[in-house]
Design a binder for this molecule. Structure first.
Ligand code: 4G4
Length: 229
């Protein structure tokens, strides 16, 4: 069971995500306990302000430290062994290896920033690691948090079980230690708009199919992602 607490100013953005089958199934199987806190609930009345202008000037607003720190500390009190992650364009790049690294963690606190960013002192005091899902800037960390949750949970719920990656899939290590894209895949019908399924896949010869898939995976990787080789 992994316990995940998401801290956000926009919990409603997760409504569709939490009703998706992957999340629902994981909760039903007691593999996941997913909760949300609205950072605004930790801001002082009457205005419940969560943003403020940056010292030194500059465009936009920052998340002010007090409500964010209070929200993180509240989550930590309920998840005392949690790893606390800020989704940020300045973070370590997320990939399948990072997902595998997070998979065995029992408690996660995912902090979603908004505006132009977060007061550095909150990061220094309360964040264990910053993670980025890619080199682009978004309005907030909510979509990155969903990406991290889905990638980690998918590993937990694989048929192989706990945090085991399927050997043949994209970016999973092969027997030879290569990280390859998937070979092309086909389902019925055997011919579609004049294009036939490669006959080897219909041959029933498992050794030949395995060799073909490895060769095709190398070709696909060379063509589409030569940086992986
Ligand atoms: C923290 C600091 C993550 C969070 C600054 C978050 C892209 C990613 C944010 C910001 C994000 C990513 C508003 C710049 C929220 N953007 N690549 N935005 N910004 O994972």
């Amino acid at each position: 069971m992994i316990r995940i607490e998401v801290l956000t100013l926009f919990p409603e953005l997760f409504a569709g995500f939490t009703s998706s089958s992957l999340i629902k199934r994981a909760q039903q199987r007691a593999l996941l306990d997913l909760n949300f806190s609205n950072i605004r609930d930790f801001a002082a009345p009457p205005h419940q302000q969560v943003d403020d202008t940056p010292y030194g000037g500059g465009a936009g607003m920052l998340m002010k430290p007090e409500p964010l720190a209070a929200a993180i500390e509240n989550a930590k009190s309920r998840l005392p062994t949690a790893k606390t992650i800020l989704l940020s364009p300045a973070g370590r790049l997320f990939n399948q290896s990072v997902a595998e690294e997070l998979c065995p963690v029992q408690q996660l606190i995912l902090v979603c920033g908004r505006y132009e960013g977060v007061d550095q002192r909150v990061i220094d005091l309360l964040i264990d690691e910053e993670i980025s899902i890619g080199d682009y800037v978004l309005m907030g960390g909510e979509v990155p948090a969903m990406v991290v949750i889905e990638a980690v949970l998918r590993l937990k719920t694989e048929v192989l079980g706990n945090c085991e990656s399927i050997k043949d899939e994209s970016f999973a290590p092969t027997a030879t230690g290569e990280r390859l894209l998937e070979a092309p895949q086909y389902t019925r019908p055997p011919e579609f708009r004049g294009l036939a399924v490669p006959p080897v896949l219909l041959s029933g010869n498992h050794k030949e199919i395995k060799d073909w898939r490895l060769a095709q995976a190398r070709i696909a990787t060379q063509k589409k992602r030569p940086d992986l080789l």
